[in-house]
Write a protein of this length. Structure first.
Length: 247
């Protein structure tokens, strides 16, 4: 991984999770297809969900749950892929909404971020803390997924995959497949594909400018890419791009 310009927010994206480290948090209302963990280093993080508000040094939010977040001090945020980290997603979903992480797991997650706070701007350290958090939270119950849906999800992880061929291989009717997909993955198939296109674009904002990254992921234009990023991640891509690294 390589480091880009210093700015007010640092970010990385790998196969298992995305992460940001910033001097403060002010996420707008958004919905991530990820299990999100937010850790305040000097102050509590406040997370507002649709039906609850929680506050704590470490907070977990289940995939596909709308939320806003703020913290007056530095904060590390992790978004774990629910299909590749199903136990973390299972832990998050068990609470039915945003939840303050407490007990041994919460102490381990907050402690990992705190002990490395001086180096969290380094992408390798940010990634290492994310791996430790993933292991600490990997005790949830993974959801059961229909094997045909699981194969389809694997195919659709590539936003340039032949969607029609992948769907045909399931040998399910369109209506039945839509029901199974939403039940097992938590979001409609079209929303999942848009999420994967967003990640595909973000993975290219380092070597490419934002417009080129948007086109590479088949967004209509930069405005569409930016709206999608705000709606699904709570940040504009221009905020993330300066320090975003991939690996």
């Amino acid at each position: 991984m390589t480091r880009l310009n210093e700015t007010r927010i640092g970010a990385l994206l790998n196969e298992l999770f995305g992460a940001t480290f910033s001097r403060s948090a002010g996420m707008t209302r958004h919905v991530e297809h990820a299990a999100s963990v937010l850790v305040g280093l000097d102050a509590d993080v406040t997370v507002h969900g649709d039906d609850r508000t929680v506050r704590g040094r470490a907070v977990i939010v289940p995939p596909d749950a709308p939320f806003t977040a703020n913290c007056p001090g530095p904060v590390a945020t992790y978004a774990f892929d629910p299909e590749l980290c199903p136990r973390v997603a299972g832990w998050a979903r068990a609470f039915g909404g945003p939840h303050t992480l407490d007990g041994a797991a919460g102490a381990q997650v907050a402690g990992a971020a705190w002990s490395h706070r001086a180096d969290l701007a380094r992408p390798d350290v940010l990634a290492g803390v994310g791996d430790e958090a993933r292991r600490a939270l990997a005790s949830g119950t993974p959801p059961a997924i229909d094997r045909r849906v699981a194969r389809l999800v694997e195919a659709l992880r590539d936003p340039q995959a032949d969607r029609g061929a992948a769907i045909a291989r399931t040998r399910l009717s369109a209506a039945h497949l839509q029901v199974l997909f939403a039940r097992d993955i938590g979001i409609p198939m079209r929303t999942y594909q848009l999420w994967r296109r967003l990640l595909h674009a973000l993975a290219r904002v380092g070597p490419l400018d934002l417009t080129a990254a948007a086109h590479a992921a088949e967004f209509a234009d930069l405005a569409h890419f930016s709206r999608t990023c705000r709606r699904m991640l709570g940040y504009a891509p221009s905020v993330l791009r300066a320090n975003l690294v991939t690996g």
